[in-house]
Design a binder for this molecule. Structure first.
Ligand SMILES: [Zn+2]
Length: 331
């Protein structure tokens, strides 16, 4: 049967593209919140990205909010390793960068959906995502207790969504219970549910100054060849009560995105176009002289695979294109 001759009309072509359409609702912008309140420091390994201090947030967000920014995902960045300890104490510091940013953004941009990454690796002296036993292995029970404390602090400060990125067993259930005990029944949990042990996180670790001091995170991140495990951990997190699940990294794992969406069509699914994806696409898109088409193609691919929400460093530039294009971009 000849299908190609049936899609020559532009309206027919647009119908074929309907599941890949982009609008401003689709995007979450990750933000690196610096401990230095006046910071507006470019990140050498990530073009166009800044480590930004709370005093600079309003001016940075205002123009984006005018062209449709709906949501941000906050990561804290400390100035030095001095305050880091074994338990990641600075993570839920009441005067730390993340808590300050939540309070400020709520006040300045009441419509903005504020998501907070919840992890310890940016704040622990050893750079791992949890609490360690004396032999250097992860203590799961102590870790999820600590991660729940941090999540509760962000929720109390006003975060709408807490997003645990550690991948440890039972942390979604633990956070849910801790929130409930606090009398909170409105904060959503976005779980980094399929987080692969990828080589694509390098620029992010540079941005956050958060590489592990020894060993790696392979014991709590998924082996990159296993689609089945990616689905199992997502099911684990859905059972524990995750409101939104996530696949990370995005671009090399679209088979996992598609499998999860097929199995859980009614569950919100986020895809993280990670720092390595971003730098790779940005680099080639710049060299090709066809920047917009290539960036958009990378984002269409995630929608086509089944993403409901895309966490992307391209959010500012895509919002600009959407604004110029009547609010919608189609392949
Ligand atoms: Zn971590």
């Amino acid at each position: 049967m000849n299908h190609m001759s049936k899609i020559s009309h532009s309206v027919l072509r647009r119908w074929q593209n309907s599941n890949s359409r982009l609008t401003s609702d689709d995007f979450i912008l990750p933000l690196f919140i610096s401990e230095d309140e006046d910071s507006k420091e470019p990140i050498p390994s990530m073009p166009d990205m800044l480590r930004i201090g709370v005093n600079e947030l309003y001016e940075y967000i205002l123009p984006l909010s005018k062209i449709g920014l709906k949501s941000v995902l906050l990561f804290g960045v400390l100035n030095s390793d001095c305050s880091k300890d074994e338990t990641g104490a600075p993570a839920d510091d009441q005067v730390g960068p993340v808590v300050k940013a939540i309070i400020l953004l709520k006040e300045q941009f009441p419509q903005l959906l504020i998501c907070c990454d919840v992890c310890l690796c940016e704040y622990t002296s050893h750079g791992h995502c949890g609490i360690l036993n004396s032999d250097g292995t992860i203590n799961n029970a102590a870790s999820i207790r600590r991660i729940s404390e941090v999540a509760c602090t962000y929720a109390k400060a006003g975060a709408h969504v807490v997003a645990p990125s550690d991948m440890m067993d039972n942390r979604i259930g633990a956070i849910k219970t801790a929130l409930k005990l606090m009398g909170d029944n409105k904060t959503c949990i976005m779980s980094y549910s399929s987080k692969f042990s990828s080589s694509m996180y390098g620029p992010f670790r540079d941005a956050c100054k958060s590489g592990p001091q020894f060993g790696d995170r392979k014991t709590y991140q998924l082996p990159l060849g296993s689609s089945q495990l990616g689905q199992l951990t997502t099911e684990r997190d859905i059972e524990e009560g995750a409101d939104i699940v996530m696949v990370k990294p995005g671009m090399f794992y679209l088979d996992v995105v598609n499998a999860i969406k097929s199995r859980h069509p009614n569950h919100l699914l986020a895809v993280y176009q990670v720092s390595g994806d971003y730098v790779m696409v940005h680099d080639y898109a710049t060299k090709s002289g066809n920047f917009k088409s290539i960036v958009c193609e990378s984002l269409f691919s995630m929608k086509r695979a089944g993403a409901d929400v895309i966490i992307s460093y391209f959010t500012p530039v895509v919002l600009k294109w959407l604004h110029e294009n009547g609010g919608i971009l189609t392949p």
